[in-house]
Design a protein around this ligand. Sequence first.
Ligand code: ADP
Ligand code: ZN
Length: 435
Amino acid sequence: MNTECWNPERELITRDKLEALQEKLFLETVQRASRSPFYRKKFEETGISIKDIKSLSDITKLPFTTKQDLRDWYPYGFLTVEKEKLVRLHVSSGTTGQATAVFYTRKDIESWAELMARCMYMTGARPGDVFQNMTGYGLFTGGLGFHYGAEKIGLLTIPSGAGNSKRQIQLMRDFGTNVIHIIPSYALRLMDVLNEMGINPRESLDLRIGYLGAEPYSEEVRQRVQEFYGIKAFNSYGLSEMNGPGVAFECTYQQGMHLWEDAYIMEIVDQHTLEPVPEGTLGELVLTTLSREGMPLIRYRTKDLTRIIPGQCPCGRPHRRIDRIQGRSDDMFIIKGVNIFPVQVEQVLMSIPEVGTNYRIILKKEREIDQMIVQVEVTDKVFVEDMRHLQRLQKKIASELRSELLVTPIVELVEPNALPRSNGKVQRLIDMRCN
Ligand code: ADP
Ligand code: ZN
């Protein structure tokens, strides 16, 4: 095996040594966390003495931490260091309600950059490459997280930020960008702009690698992005509470994301009973930080649904892999008694070539009956076709959605660029039933 690593000692560690390291870091983390106002109170209330936490398997004796806890103890309740040791804060995107704050010491910034460097190096980014970071800088962790990792490797980094598509394309052309970081829905949007400008990225750009993450997307979107841009697209997972990006990342085999187990302990639990599920079964990802100094978190419920991919990755890294995130448990909607994730709709839509780059799902109540409306942008080519062809396409989409979801939606075809766009995380679902 010839696996090139940024940090071979940590990335190719044996499983035994990895678990021993986890245990040592876990015990230190519990000690450290008990100094924060939140955990001090929590441990007291639940009658936990840290003396009873002696090994990794004792983790199940500890209570879960939730986003609500972060909100209740906002802003400083989770700190384990004096404020003068902090050098940065980020605020989560607030996709699901009031935002939460995360703090970093200098050492936290350093260990985060280390993890990001591993991720990008693992996929083949090397000094000499030009890296264009097309996600928001600022409070969102995606921008600065990747930025620090890229500079650590020594990539020529263009902090282009989100949006301004024409300028993004100009930068890619002028500087020969090879590596990009981009939110999947924006990668789809940029395809339209390139098409409008008559630019074929396979011929006119030098792109080789793309990092796609920060929101759920389907394998079909990955395939489209790879095909159109002529790149290998790697899935990137993270969340502000755990630093930001760099929690789990795909290697060159693109068979699930390695979760860095020397930095995080992962558990997958049943989202209702909170009991561990057997390996390979879908459940909620729960994470404990192992290397965060300023704000360690124990058994944090991410709400993200995934499963552990059983078996060894051909790359040889012993860090276990998680599957593509299906969505947050709160993204799931129930219609006519059926549970559906937006990404299931996307999977069907994106496998139909006449479907364009954007869609949304609207849930409505009509005469007390739930209706699911799927608005779909079609490609330019289709839009100029005659009515009969469009009706056929509409029926085909409805029938494919029905056979996947077991619910018959109302499909509305709209012209390219008709649906709202955002430069950040996209909102696919509009539920108007409770208003
Ligand atoms: P917010 O929770 O407010 O959106 P974050 O910016 O911290 O704030 O977002 C982290 C969340 O984004 C994750 O918990 C997950 O739901 C989603 N996410 C991040 N990366 C991916 C990915 N590769 N696939 C699916 N979802 C992702
Ligand atoms: Zn691998």
